[in-house]
Design a protein around this ligand. Structure first.
Ligand SMILES: *Cc1c(COP(=O)(O)O)cnc(C)c1O
Length: 424
């Protein structure tokens, strides 16, 4: 037997998390390697959301606000806090990642208006960059944005960050794990560099939460935002989260004054009085259906343990890199992720001139007896292979790489259009 196949089977057999994949809806005809973009559906979520819809909404109607719904956001926050190493009263769950970032950017820039420089990098997610650009254009007109240059869009030299931060730096905002290359920052050292110049830091944890151990308190993190529909398996467009360290909460003001940030929303007072604590970052009536859908995925992560998940992620990444080196490098692929595991999240990006069409052939094989393999594509030529240890097996990784090999050597990808679909 092929030694990689043999290794995959042995690693699966001894995997302490192997039973966790049964907690997710599965389709034996496909291998899902895109949990970094949309996590799988936990089976329990079907029951939980059905209960919310049929009983809480359907039968109990508005009475459910007091019985189940008004504290739901806090209950979810408590679980997310455990996953990211924060206190429950430092996490707000609601709105979207982009909106939460907007709130924190405005709040923190307003805090030190005399400092006019914002720093980010070219590894950051576009929405983050757009929000900063918009704020400088519309509201913080004296501010400027410095975008640090990475090495080949793969990793950031810590010296680049160190040299960039100065006493005019108001704020640094970065993705902890880059959506492109999977580069993982050393949070604590960046926080320290920033704090030495009295600068604040906002981390975007979207590609990191549920994928890698995060210790927001221990690393002295000021603020963070993150998404729940990727590694946290909360469902498409699920509410996001926001973190503000306890001692900063009193100093910051949510730019959107709204009733859920009011001290007493149900007094219906015409004048705004800001509430205290993390709740001041709320805006609106919580999206109960999608909030409820987040909880089962979080319970699975807490049950498995974040450090166990991370250990398996690193082991699977190492195996995947071995496979890529053996099978794909000879076919003109390159690895576009850091090779050092301490600098990497839980996906591996590879490049090839024909990445888009290879990706299409994997997802939509013409021969219907061929196993579907779902990674994703990001411009200009990245195929991202997401490792989600809760439901990815070593055999999945082996089979996926063999499938890519087949698509390239038989030129099967030539049957596909280079025209991009709306969502890649
Ligand atoms: C997925 C992701 C987002 C998504 O933002 P939305 O407001 O939920 O659309 C933002 N930032 C990063 C780094 C992401 O990976």
């Amino acid at each position: 037997m092929n030694r990689f196949l043999e290794k995959a089977e042995t690693l699966d057999k001894t995997d302490s998390l192997k039973s966790f994949k049964d907690k997710f809806v599965a389709d034996p005809s496909l291998i899902y390697l895109d949990g970094n973009s949309l996590g799988k559906l936990p089976i329990k979520t079907i029951e939980t959301t059905t209960n919310i819809i049929e009983n809480q909404w359907g039968k109990n109607l508005i009475r459910s606000w007091n019985e189940h719904w008004i504290d739901l956001s806090k209950d979810i926050a408590t679980k997310i806090a455990k996953i990211v190493g924060a206190q429950p009263d430092e996490i707000f769950v609601g709105d979207t990642t982009s909106l939460n970032l907007y709130k924190l950017l405005v709040a923190s820039l307003a805090l030190q208006k005399e400092k006019t420089e914002i720093i980010t990098d070219d590894l950051n997610f576009p929405t983050d960059l757009y929000i900063i650009q918009g704020l400088i254009k519309q509201q913080f007109k004296n501010h400027s944005l410095k975008i640090l240059e990475s090495t080949d869009e793969i990793f950031m030299d810590p010296a680049t960050v160190r040299e960039a931060i100065n006493k005019n730096t108001s704020l640094i905002t970065l993705s902890l794990v880059s959506y492109k290359s999977s580069f993982l920052y050393d949070m604590k050292s960046i926080n320290n560099l920033a704090h030495n110049k009295n600068s604040l830091v906002i981390w975007d944890l979207s590609h990191a939460a549920g994928a890698t151990t995060i210790k927001l308190n221990e690393t002295n993190t000021d603020m963070a935002v993150g998404c729940t529909y990727k590694y946290l398996n909360g469902g498409p467009g699920a509410p996001a989260f926001l973190y503000v360290r306890k001692h900063l909460q009193d100093k910051l003001t949510n730019p959107i004054w709204s009733w859920f940030a009011h001290q007493k929303p149900f007094d219906f007072n015409p004048n705004f009085i800001e509430t205290s604590g993390i709740q001041k970052f709320a805006i609106s009536t919580p999206s109960i259906l999608s909030l409820g859908a987040i909880e089962p995925g979080l319970d699975i992560i807490l049950d498995a343990g974040m450090s166990t998940i991370e250990v398996k992620s690193k082991k699977q990444s190492a195996f995947l890199i071995e496979l890529i080196k053996e099978y794909l490098i000879p076919l003109k692929f390159e690895i576009a992720s850091p090779l050092d595991e301490s600098q990497r999240g839980s996906h591996i990006s590879i490049t090839h001139d024909e990445s888009y069409r290879i990706n299409r052939a994997m997802i939509d094989p013409r021969d219907k007896s061929t196993k579907i393999v779902i990674p994703d594509f990001r411009p200009p030529n990245l195929i991202r292979i997401g490792i989600t240890p809760l439901y990815t097996s070593y055999l999945d990784l082996y089979e996926a790489i063999i499938r890519i090999t087949e698509i390239v050597t038989t030129k099967e990808f030539e049957n596909y259009s280079t025209e991009k679909l709306t969502v890649t």
